[in-house]
Design a protein around this ligand. Structure first.
Ligand SMILES: [Zn+2]
Length: 65
């Protein structure tokens, strides 16, 4: 018998090893695989690299010559 817990999104009873611990709307939540794909725009993985490093702008400095 698998140990189950409820998904924090839809309350779906889910085997605990299938639940993903994520950050949903800034709060820790355990979500089942279907919610994880459904709400992936709102979910942050706590251990994934931050996505805010894409703002590298070309330098306008010419003093490197
Ligand atoms: Zn769910």
């Amino acid at each position: 018998m698998a140990v189950t817990a409820r998904c924090d999104c839809d309350g779906e009873e889910t085997p605990i090893f299938r639940l993903a611990a994520v950050i949903l709307d800034g709060k820790m939540a355990r979500v089942c695989p279907s919610c994880a794909s459904k709400y992936k725009d709102r979910i942050e993985m706590p251990y994934s690299p931050r996505a805010d490093q894409g703002a590298i702008q070309p330098s306008t400095s010419r003093e490197v010559w």
